[in-house]
Design a protein around this ligand. Structure first.
Ligand SMILES: Cc1cc2nc3c(=O)[nH]c(=O)nc-3n(C[C@H](O)[C@H](O)[C@H](O)COP(=O)(O)OP(=O)(O)OC[C@H]3O[C@@H](n4cnc5c(N)ncnc54)[C@H](O)[C@@H]3O)c2cc1C
Length: 382
């Protein structure tokens, strides 16, 4: 395994860092008001972010997996509007890559160019009010009638839902004895009659609008089915490296940003006549941040490397997701503690980092679920 960045990857990282620093100027306001940054979205689309992992045939850049990971890490590090970056993550890794990996040529031609140029915002609708971690129990149904499917049910906590133009929706198409064969994925445009969205306010990542979607006898043509009928679970798990792996690349970047801010503060801030970084209780926290960053980077690059070798990375993606999300939560809290009262005010943006970091241990499979996936892959009983 060789993760040393090439000259091209290094140059791209530098470009992305410079670009990301220009974004996020109004992050605090977007957070306070819960506003989706349309201008930032457009700038990211123009910069090519939305198509980094997508083939140039469909309007993307076709970057290799390690380059995608490094570019998103740089974006997460440099753009302080975590909400905007999370909206992009959902769009790219929970919608566009599904169509790129599992769509027909016709579906790719129809949807990917608009997802890459940002004129269409994507979202991923799996969770339901009564079924979160237990995804195989979802109750939204898709009943085939002639050349159409009729969708009924409710999806909730869906990132981007209030602004999305396109949803990847998972629904139950049968009551097969094998639960893994019951689900099917569909590409559902937001303007489908019978589809409605109710916004949901949340603690952090407020620049990513969230919503609940209701499907009331929505007619979805069979040609919008993604993959075979009954293949929804297989499709979900085979795309897992994207959602539990690459979706967390930007959080690795945030770990780097919080580390830099903490080192800077601990060097400048003096108490009792010495920089606070000279006290082991403070420098120990910073050393832990550095270790979390190193482990997160290594796991991220390993997932990317495995994917570039065409190998499965389910185990590694779960470990990455667990390591990055728990590590970011701990790092954000430590950063707040070592910034003292200033860290707790709204003036430095550290409290926003804490609120934003809290979500990562819940979405894309909670930490508890990651631990049971990792234990299950070791052969322990589920
Ligand atoms: C910011 C954010 C964005 C999100 N975006 C999306 C999205 O775009 N699309 C989407 O479909 N969903 C999205 N979700 C929903 C997310 O995927 C679910 O919240 C998650 O899967 C957990 O489901 P739940 O909230 O219903 O919790 P539950 O499943 O009810 O779990 C509650 C608690 O019980 C624990 N638990 C449950 N089962 C077990 C078990 N077997 N063993 C041990 N512990 C267990 C959980 O770990 C958790 O701590 C988002 C959530 C958040 C917070």
């Amino acid at each position: 395994m060789d993760f040393a960045p090439t000259a091209e990857q290094r140059a791209r990282q530098a470009e992305v860092m410079a670009f990301g620093q220009r974004l996020g100027a109004n992050a605090a306001e977007h957070d306070r008001l819960g506003v989706f940054d349309e201008a930032g979205w457009k700038a990211c689309a123009d910069f090519g972010v939305l198509g980094w992992p997508i083939s140039p045939t469909y309007g993307g850049s076709g970057l290799d997996p390690l380059s995608v990971a490094m570019a998103f890490e740089a974006l997460g590090h440099s753009c302080v509007d975590n909400g905007l970056v999370f909206a992009i993550n959902n769009h790219v890794f929970a919608c566009a890559v599904y169509i790129a990996d599992h769509g027909t040529d016709e579906q790719r031609e129809r949807w990917l160019p608009r997802l890459c140029d940002g004129s269409l915002i994507g979202a991923h609708a799996l969770t339901e009010p009564d079924h979160g971690s237990d995804m195989l129990a979802i109750e939204t149904t898709a009943r085939q009638v002639g050349d159409d499917y009729i969708l009924n049910g409710t999806k909730t906590f869906i990132s981007n839902a209030p602004v999305a133009g396109l949803f990847i929706v998972f629904a139950r198409t049968s009551d097969d004895n094998v639960p893994q064969r019951r689900l099917t994925a569909f590409i559902v445009p937001a303007d489908t009659p019978g589809l409605s969205v109710r916004p949901i306010a949340k603690a952090g990542l407020r620049g990513t609008p969230m919503g609940e979607i209701t499907f009331d006898s929505c007619v979805v043509p069979a040609e919008h089915r993604l993959g075979a009928e009954g293949a929804g679970y297989r499709l979900f798990t085979s795309t897992m490296e994207w959602e539990r792996g690459f979706m967390f690349a930007s959080q690795v970047g945030v770990l780097g940003r919080l580390l830099e801010r903490s080192v800077d503060h601990a060097t400048r801030r003096t108490q009792f006549g010495r920089p606070i970084g000279g006290y082991q209780a403070v420098s120990g926290k910073i050393a832990d941040m550095r270790v979390r960053l190193e482990l997160a980077q290594l796991l991220l690059y390993k997932v990317a490397w495995l994917r570039s070798q065409g190998k499965l990375a389910l185990h590694e993606a779960s470990m990455l997701k667990l390591c990055v999300s728990e590590g970011l939560k701990a790092t954000a809290l430590d950063a707040m503690q070592l910034h003292g009262a200033r860290g707790y005010t709204e003036e430095l943006g550290i409290e926003r980092e804490v609120r934003d970091a809290l979500a990562g241990t819940i979405y894309a499979g909670t930490s508890e679920i990651q631990r049971s996936v990792i234990a299950g892959l070791l052969g322990l009983p589920a």
